[in-house]
Write a protein that binds this ligand. Structure first.
Ligand SMILES: [Zn+2]
Length: 406
């Protein structure tokens, strides 16, 4: 396995016979808006791609997308992929949206790419931020001649991350380390959470998503220093842009079988098609969209993100109003589908609730179209302690303090 780190989360992963371009953000430096609200906002990306990037990009045989945020799939990358007709691998959450963008989409499921694979949903923030950021798909890949790898993608530390590591024992974990914060809350692992992640990982850890975006304050030097102080640096790679890591399988022990991929999101009861939470284009007339964009531009907000989530992101299920929060109410789903799956992959009936609100209750469900909604604060989060125990410096707020999250 070769991992050529290009910039942020963009990498060329040489894995078996594949050369997968992971989460391509190919824009020139400064071509994207700032992602941070308020002080410190600067045009992104902060740095250009390495000078040799075009040659490495040309070697790609396919693209692997974890989610559609612009730092993982931007307009320049879309044009680049379409021009080459490369297959784009993604989870079912993003498949419909990417097809509408003219891409040759292949859904990641068991056996995809000729590998043992598993889609591992990630939480891209906590509380209402997780809802706003939408679903993210981490991937576990295992080739018989390569080290198994778990790409967490953009995530904060949740039990699902530890569960995947404990169950799959990946030889390599690739995780984002920028501790991104748009000014309204952190949406990636904190450094403390990364320390916990590295301690839990059985093998090497590759940390990316650094020094390329305005909302990622962590530096490579600071991160290395902390990991050295923790005695963990020997197992961690923090590659520079353009650096290539060579990682080999070190044992022949049998590997645990990945869980089968989550089922396709069910259709709504009403029969309306269930769509990606990151629909594009929005269901807003072009004139209105232009006016909204102009207005939001004047307020210096991140128009792309806001428009996606406010006006085009959610289908009729998602937009269906949730009941107002009541501290004593049981958690319910605002989805109208017959059955759904929570973040931990367990069945969640319509109107029901999963059994681990600490992990699932604040974020989108696995299909990205549902969210557990108010009432969760009335329940004790049964999994919070395991995260807290493993995470120096991070403690989930008590349940009573989360009542007003959204
Ligand atoms: Zn990102």
């Amino acid at each position: 396995m070769k991992y050529r780190h290009l910039r942020n989360a963009t990498a060329l992963l040489t894995y078996g016979e594949h050369r997968l371009l992971v989460d391509p953000m190919l824009a020139d430096a400064g071509a994207l808006p700032g992602f941070k609200f308020g002080a410190g906002r600067r045009p992104n990306p902060l740095v250009p791609l390495p000078a040799d990037a075009p040659a490495w990009l040309d070697a790609a045989t396919g693209v692997l997308v974890t989610h559609e945020h612009p730092d993982h799939l931007d307009g320049a990358a879309l044009r680049w992929i379409r021009a080459r007709g490369l297959p784009v691998w993604c989870s079912h959450v993003d498949a419909a949206s990417l097809r509408r963008k003219g891409l040759d989409v292949r859904e990641v499921h068991g056996g995809a790419l000729g590998l043992d694979v598993e889609v591992i949903p990630a939480r891209h923030g906590r509380g209402w931020l997780a809802w706003l950021m939408g679903p993210v798909s981490g991937y576990y890949l295992a080739h018989p001649d390569e080290p198994s790898v778990y790409l967490t993608s953009d995530a904060v530390l949740a039990d699902a991350v530890f569960e995947a590591i404990d169950r799959l024992r990946p030889d390599v974990v690739v995780a984002p380390a920028g501790a991104a914060d748009m000014g309204v809350g952190r949406i990636l692992f904190s450094v403390d959470e990364l320390v916990a992640l590295v301690r839990r990982a059985p093998g090497r850890v590759v940390l990316n998503h650094l020094e390329a975006l305005d909302h990622c304050p962590t530096t490579r030097a600071g991160l290395r220093e902390r990991l050295r102080a923790e005695g963990l640096l020997a197992r961690v790679d923090v590659p520079e842009d353009g650096e290539e890591l060579h990682l080999a399988r070190t044992d022949d022990r049998p590997r645990p079988a990945p869980a089968s991929a989550p089922a396709r999101a069910p259709a709504c009861r009403s029969g309306s098609p269930r769509t990606s939470p990151r629909l594009d284009p929005p269901r807003v007339c072009p004139g209105l969209r232009r006016r909204l964009t102009a207005r939001l531009d004047r307020t210096r907000l991140n128009t792309r993100c806001l428009l996606r989530h406010m006006y085009g992101s959610y289908d009729s299920c998602q937009r269906r109003a949730a009941a107002p929060p009541t501290p004593t109410a049981a958690p319910t789903s605002n989805c109208d589908s017959e059955a759904n799956t929570c973040m931990r992959g367990e069945s969640m009936q319509r109107g029901g609730a999963c059994e681990h609100p600490a992990e699932c209750g604040e974020g989108p469900c696995i299909d990205g179209n549902c969210a557990i909604i108010p009432g969760r604060a009335a329940r004790d989060p049964p999994h919070a302690s395991s995260i807290a125990d493993a995470t120096a410096g991070f403690r989930p707020r008590p349940a009573s303090a989360r009542t007003g999250d959204r």
